[in-house]
Structure formats: C-alpha cells, structure tokens
Design a protein around this ligand. Structure first.
Ligand code: ADQ
Length: 455
C-alpha cells in the first residue's frame, strides 16, 4: 500500500480529544493504516512565517508536519482570499465577496510556499491528497516543481454554477490549476455538474463520459464523494457516559417540553438568522405550542477576524432577544442561544435529547451536523431532521423533511409536521437515513476517494 500524504490548512489532532471533527477522525484512521504524513499550517502566526522550522509530531505510523505563516500571509491568504473571497463566492454570495489583487497574490504565494515546504517530505510513490479551498494552486505548484505522484484534491464546500464563478476575477487561472490534480473530488452530483459545465463553457473543455474531463490540454478524473461521519461511533457516543450525562441534564431542564436543536459555526452560509425568524413564525402560526417547544442554538463563533461574522453574531443576539421578549414566560424561554463549542461526546447527548434538528443552511457543501443528528438518535424513538434543500446532505438524505430555508412559513409548518409525526413514520424515516449513513460513512468516503485516485 502506498504511503499517504494529506495536506490541509488545519491538521490533527491525532488523538481523539473529543474535539476532533469527523473529518480528522476519518483521515487519522486512514493515515494510521497506511502510514503517512499530514502537512499543513501550525495555527501559529510568526515573523518567519512559512520559512519557520518544520514542526514535527509523530505518533506511531503518522507524522504531523506543520509550518507557520506570517501576519501578511494571514491577512492576504487566510483572512483575505480564502475567507473573504473564495468562501463567499463558492457559497453563492457574490454580494459580500471582496476582490483584491493583493489577496489573490498572497494566496498564490502561500500555495507556492506550502508546495515548496512539502516537496522535501515527499517520496516518489506517495499518494498525495490535498484538501479544500485554501489550496487550489498547490497541485499545480507541485507539478511545476517536478512532482509526478498521483495527487488528488477534495473540495469540502460547494462548487457554484459557472455564471456565478465567472464573477471572480481570473477565475480561469484558479480552475485551470485544479486540472493539475489527477482526481478532483466534489461533495455532490450538483457540484460535479457545475464543475463540468464550467469547463465546457469557460474553457472549451469536454466531458469524456467515463468520469474524466479534458480541458486546457489536460485530462483529470472528476467525481462526487459525499463526505460521511463515523456513524456507529457517533451513535455510541450518545449512549456513552458523557452523552448520557448531557442528555439527562437537558431532560431535567426540559421537564417534558420538546426541544429543537441547531448546531453550527456562526457563519452566514448557515442561515441561522433565517432559522430564528422561522421559529418566530412557528410561534405566530401555532400559538398552542408556546410554552411547550424551544430552540437550543449552539453556535461557537468562527473566524472572528472577518467583519461579516461579528455582524451575524450581533444580529442573532438581537433576534433572540426580540423573540424571547415577545413570547417568553417566567418559566419558559423560546430560544436559548449558546455561543461556545461543545465536546463532541456531550454534543451527541444534546442531539439525542432533541426532538428535532433544524439544519437550514442557505448553502452548504455537505453539512455534517445533519448526519450527526441522525446518528445520535435512539433507534426506538428517533427525532426528526429538518434539512435545507441547499445543503449537499439533502442529495442523499431524502427521508428528512426537506425545506426551503428562505421560506419561514414553510419551515414553520415543517416544525409542526415534525412535532406531530407518528412514531412509525419517525422510525421508518430514521431507519432509511441511518442505514445509508452507515454505508456511506467517513471510512467509505476516504476509501472510495483514494481507490479512485489509485486507479
Ligand atoms: P463546516 O462548515 O464546519 O464544514 P459542518 O459540515 O456542519 O460544517 O461541520 C461542522 C462540524 O463542527 C460538525 O462536526 C459539528 O459537530 C461541529 N460543531 C459545530 N458547532 C459545534 C459546537 N457548538 N460544538 C461542537 N462542535 C460543533 C465544511 C463545509 C461543510 C462540510 C464539511 C466537511 O462547510 O459543508 O460538510 O466541511 O466536508
């Protein structure tokens, strides 16, 4: 088996600290099995930046190798092009995207620097797997430096329709770089379609029909690999001591009332303000439920350096205050809004204690919260998932109640339907969803990507 080299902006942790996301867990398993290197940013900003000494942390067969970036890289590459340009454009938000040649140059520079630092770590038969929107150019840089290994790329966020992407200055350079990879993985068929349409419309490319595309004189394989979670592991969390403790604590508090849960990083793509308004609408349209149902929204702030995030947080605090002011009673609060992270094991108990989850992003690559919620349920008495049609997860989770997150009345009536749903129907929907989540778990995702890369 070939050694695996994973590249992503953030790396690790190697140990299950309870904080690792599903992605980290899947990748660590894979790296352990095959032996390998995980290369990325140390999370540190220093004066030497990408010229810093390589930090190495080894655990048996896996080595984490990281480098710093400097303050300029952070401003231009990370906070700039990655988070203020690419993230909004790829989430269909041209209205808030910032276009700056300085950001763009910083992004190229850091991609080139990361390639240069990765180069000496590579062996000729390594399989290289690059992750996400921070590193569109990394593969092309490695090729320029003479690397001939198989290199795959997986985009965790959406690939927008060509018309939208074409608003990004020099979009062709960006996509052309992707063709340096041997395999380009996207989350959904919709993303794959957009990508192929882009090549056809903007680059005179052709779909070769066998999973390969040709553009700019290069041939690459393109496929959808919907990312999964460690489904069974997460289910066990909910039955474990921390999961149980959290569930019991909540149940004591709820005292027979029913809870809706929302869990997201604070990000405009997640549609949290729309969700709050839908909950307000629900209490307007179904006043008999006042005092009996509440929303627990867990949303740790992310990327606080981006102004748009601070704004959303303020908006959410305002909305929660407004809605609570309108409907709360001395012994009941309609919205509890918690802005901090939860350890994953405890989170499983929060999901288990919740009668439904509102997963209503305006646009999302996949959305793992939808999958975690289903995984955490009690098979005998499962809760109901309300899922945005604009989450990649909707493509493979059709038994959820699929909603349009922009339509508050539609979400409100879906909340009502979920509350009224008979046990038989909840079980049938849950069974179908859970079975598919076990089949398409994180291991399956990583295996299918890497075996296609090998082919
Ligand atoms: P994210 O945008 O981060 O990921 P998501 O897929 O929902 O979105 O994953 C979030 C993860 O963070 C989940 O595992 C969740 O449990 C965890 N999390 C969120 N809030 C938390 C809290 N308060 N406490 C603890 N944990 C919390 C990107 C893309 C997604 C894509 C993933 C994986 O934007 O579309 O699904 O990558 O490819």
């Amino acid at each position: 088996m070939k050694r695996l080299v994973v590249v992503s902006n953030r790396v690790g942790p190697l140990k299950d600290t309870g904080k690792a996301g599903g992605l980290a867990v899947a990748l660590v398993d894979m790296l352990r099995e095959r032996g390998g290197v995980w290369f990325g940013w140390s999370g540190e900003i220093s004066d030497v930046g990408t010229f810093s000494e390589l930090r190495r942390e080894r655990s048996k067969t896996v080595e984490l190798c990281t480098i710093d970036i400097d303050a300029t890289d952070n401003a231009e590459f990370y906070a700039g092009y990655a988070n203020r340009t690419l993230w909004p454009v790829l989430h269909y938000r041209l209205d808030i995207a910032e276009f700056s040649p300085v950001f763009e140059a910083g992004y190229r520079r850091v991609n080139e620097r990361f390639a240069a630092r990765l180069l000496p770590l590579l062996r000729s038969d390594d399989q290289i797997w690059v992750h996400d929107y921070h590193f569109f150019h990394l593969g092309a840089e490695l090729r320029r430096m003479g690397v001939e290994n198989r290199i795959g790329f997986f985009l965790h966020i959406p690939f927008p329709p060509p018309d939208m992407l074409s608003a990004l200055p020099r979009h062709r350079d960006l996509v052309r770089s992707l063709l340096a990879y041997d395999l380009i993985g996207l989350q959904t068929d919709r993303d794959r379609r957009h990508f192929v349409d882009y090549l056809r419309e903007e680059a005179g490319g052709v779909d070769l029909g066998d999973g390969r595309v040709e553009a700019w004189g290069r041939i690459a394989r393109v496929a959808a690999f919907p990312i999964g979670i460690d489904t069974e592991g997460f289910h066990e969390f909910a039955d474990g001591p921390e999961g149980r403790r959290e569930r019991l604590r909540l149940e004591r508090h709820l005292n027979g009332r029913r809870q809706i849960v929302g869990v997201d990083r604070i990000d405009y793509s997640k549609g949290i303000p729309h969700r709050f308004r839908a909950v307000e609408r629900f209490f307007d349209d179904y006043p008999e439920h006042r005092g009996k149902v509440s929303l627990l929204q867990v949303a740790p702030p992310s990327r606080s350096e981006v102004d748009a995030y601070a704004e959303i947080r303020r908006e959410l605090e305002h909305l929660a205050g407004h809605i609570n002011g309108r409907f709360a009673d001395v012994d009941w609060t309609p919205i509890r809004f918690i802005t901090r992270g939860f350890p994953r094991r405890a989170l499983s108990g929060v999901y288990r204690a919740s009668r439904m989850a509102l997963v209503t992003p305006l646009r999302d690559g996949m959305n793992l919260v939808a999958k975690e919620y289903v995984a955490a349920q009690d098979h005998q008495d499962p809760g109901v998932l309300l899922l945005s049609r604009f989450a990649g997860a909707a493509e493979s989770m059709g038994e959820a109640l699929i909603v349009n997150p922009y339509a508050a009345d539609e979400v409100a009536s879906a909340i009502k339907a979920a509350l009224d749903m008979p046990l038989d129907e909840r079980r049938a929907r849950h069974h179908a969803l859970y079975t598919r989540l076990v089949e398409g778990d994180a291991k399956h995702w990583a295996n299918s990507f890497l075996s296609m890369l090998d082919r």
